[in-house]
Unconditional design. Structure first.
Length: 477
C-alpha cells in the first residue's frame, strides 16, 4: 500500500480505511502507544498497538529514533488534542535505533548541543519547524519574482572581483598549498592556477546581476555567498544565501517600493501557509523571552511581528532626518545607547535602527540617502556631493534586513569613484564598460535569506536557521 504523509492523514476524516504510514518514533508508551513523525508536520500521529499483538523482541526494538512502517485502520481518536489515530494491523521496523547511544532522547536539548549533532537535529520539533518555514520562504521568493515577470539568473560562485570592496574572501585555487609556484618577486604566480588568475568565492552576485538587468530589464539571483570574516556573532555566517534583484529603469523610489512589497508578501505568505509551525515557534520564542531581563524583552510576539510588517506602510525618511531624531532621543541624551550619536556621517548600529522602528515610528522604516563615505562604490552619487542614493529597510528585533541602492549609471562618475577608492580597474573593466554601451538608470537590493528566516521564525541565532552552519572554526558535516 502506498505511504500517506502524516500531515495528510491528520486532515483526513477517519472511516476505518486502511492506511500505511512511515516515520520515526518520538515516544513509545506502555508497549502500546507509538508517537510517530515523518517531518511533514509539527504534529505527531499516534499509532496504537493491541496488547500482545507484537513479540517481546519487536517491542524492544520500538525505541525513540527507530524508523517504522505501519499499516492499519484510521479511526477517530479518544485522546485529547488529536482527531485521528491508527489502529496497527502490521508493523515493520525499517531502521533500528540504539536507545542507549541515540543523542536525541525525548527531552529538551539546548540549541548549542543540537549544533554539535547537526546531522540529527532536523528530527527535533524546533529544527523541523524552522526548515519547513525556510522551504516555504524560498518558494515564496521565487513566486513573488516570477509573478512579476522577473528572470532568475544564476550568477557565478567563483569570481575574480570583490563586489563589496571588503577583501574578506575565501580564495579558490588548484595550486599546491605547500609549495605554490612563485614569480621572481616571490609572490604566488596565479597565472599557473586553474583559471589563470586569482579567484575567490563570491560575496555577492550583484555586479553580474546588473549585466543581465541591462539586458532583460528585471532579474534576481538567489544563491550562496561567502564571507571570510572572523565573526562569532549571532548574526553572521561564513556561508549564507542572498536574494538580489536588479532592475533596469528603476529609480530609488521604485526600489524602496519593491522592497516593501517583497517583504510584506513574504511575511503574508508565512502567516497564510506556515500556521502550525509559526504557532509552535511563537510559543518557543515566548518561553525564551521570559528568561530575559524585562528591559530586553520584545514588545511583540512572533505572530505580531509578522503582522507588524504586513499591516503597516513602511516609514520612509532620509539618513539626515534619522540622525536628528536619534541625536535628540532620550537614549542618546541619557547615554543609554552603546554607540552615541553625536555627528552626521556616523554609521548606524542595530540599536539605533531598532529604536527608530520599535520606539519612535512603531512601524518598519526605510532610510535613504546615506553619506557616500560609508557606502559602496557602485551607489549613485547625489547632486549634493555628500550622499548616495542608498536605502536600508529596518525591521523590529533585527534592525537592517535589506540594503540596496540606485546604481551609478554614469561612466565618468563611477570611474571617478573607483579611482578615489584605488580599486583595481583591471578586475572591473567589464562592469565599467556596461556604462559605455547603452547605460540606463537601474537599481537593486540584497536580502540575506538567513536574516529573513531569523525574523520569520524568531530564532535568536543565525546558526539555527540553516541546515549546516559554517562559521569560524566550524566546517563539520
Amino acid at each position: 500500500m502506498k505511504r500517506i504523509k502524516i500531515a495528510q492523514l491528520l486532515k483526513t476524516t477517519p472511516s476505518e480505511q486502511e492506511v500505511t504510514v512511515m516515520g520515526w518514533v518520538r515516544t513509545f508508551r506502555n508497549n502500546q502507544f507509538i508517537s510517530l513523525n515523518d517531518g511533514s508536520t509539527i504534529h505527531n500521529l499516534q499509532a496504537v498497538v493491541a496488547l500482545n499483538a507484537l513479540s517481546d523482541e519487536t517491542l524492544k526494538r520500538i525505541t525513540t529514533g527507530a524508523c517504522l512502517s505501519i499499516t492499519g485502520k484510521l479511526i477517530p481518536s479518544p485522546a485529547k488534542g488529536q482527531a485521528v489515530e491508527v489502529k496497527v494491523d502490521a508493523l515493520e521496523i525499517l531502521g533500528d535505533c540504539d536507545a542507549e547511544v541515540y543523542p536525541l532522547q525525548p527531552k529538551k536539548h539546548s540549541l548549542e548541543f543540537l549544533r554539535e549533532i547537526a546531522h540529527l537535529r532536523g528530527r527535533t520539533n524546533t529544527m523541523s519547524a524552522v526548515m519547513r518555514v525556510r522551504h516555504a520562504m524560498a518558494f515564496a521568493v521565487h513566486k513573488f519574482f516570477n509573478d512579476r515577470g522577473f528572470y532568475y539568473i544564476h550568477t557565478p560562485i567563483i569570481t575574480g572581483s570583490d563586489a563589496e570592496g571588503a577583501g574578506d574572501m575565501f580564495r579558490v585555487t588548484s595550486l599546491s598549498v605547500d609549495k605554490p609556484e612563485r614569480n621572481e618577486d616571490g609572490k604566488v604566480d596565479f597565472s599557473k592556477d586553474f583559471f589563470g588568475r586569482e579567484t575567490n568565492l563570491t560575496v555577492s552576485g550583484q555586479l553580474e546581476g546588473e549585466t543581465y538587468a541591462l539586458a532583460l530589464s528585471e532579474i534576481y539571483t538567489f544563491g550562496p555567498t561567502f564571507r571570510a570574516e572572523n565573526s562569532n556573532t549571532t548574526r553572521h555566517l561564513a556561508e549564507f544565501w542572498m536574494i538580489e534583484p536588479e532592475m533596469a529603469f528603476y529609480d530609488l523610489s521604485d526600489n524602496m517600493q519593491l522592497a516593501q512589497d517583497f517583504l510584506q508578501f513574504l511575511c503574508r505568505y508565512a502567516l497564510e501557509n506556515c500556521q502550525d509551525d509559526l504557532e509552535f515557534l511563537s510559543k518557543r520564542a515566548l518561553d525564551e523571552e521570559a528568561a530575559k531581563p524585562a528591559d530586553q524583552r520584545s514588545e511583540l510576539n512572533l505572530i505580531e511581528r509578522l503582522r507588524f510588517v504586513t499591516e503597516n506602510d513602511f516609514q520612509k525618511l532620509s539618513y539626515t532626518e534619522a540622525i536628528e531624531i536619534l541625536r535628540n532621543s532620550n537614549p542618546n541624551k541619557k547615554k543609554k545607547f552603546q554607540y552615541l550619536i553625536d555627528q552626521w556621517g556616523t554609521d548606524l548600529q542595530s540599536e539605533h535602527e531598532r529604536y527608530l522602528v520599535e520606539k519612535h515610528f512603531k512601524k518598519p522604516v526605510i532610510l535613504y540617502n546615506y553619506p557616500a563615505a560609508i557606502k559602496s562604490f557602485y551607489m549613485r552619487q547625489n547632486e549634493d556631493g555628500k550622499t548616495v542614493a542608498a536605502m536600508d529597510v529596518l525591521f523590529p528585533g533585527i534592525g537592517e534586513i535589506i540594503g540596496g541602492s540606485q546604481r551609478e549609471e554614469r561612466y565618468d562618475r563611477l570611474m571617478r569613484r573607483v579611482e578615489e577608492l584605488a580599486m583595481p580597474q583591471k578586475d572591473l573593466w567589464w562592469y565599467l564598460e556596461l556604462r559605455k554601451f547603452g547605460s540606463a538608470p537601474h537599481s537593486g537590493f540584497g536580502l540575506g535569506f538567513e536574516r529573513l528566516i531569523q525574523f520569520v521564525t524568531g530564532m535568536g541565532n543565525i546558526r539555527d536557521v540553516i541546515p549546516f552552519p559554517r562559521y569560524p572554526g566550524n566546517a563539520e558535516f
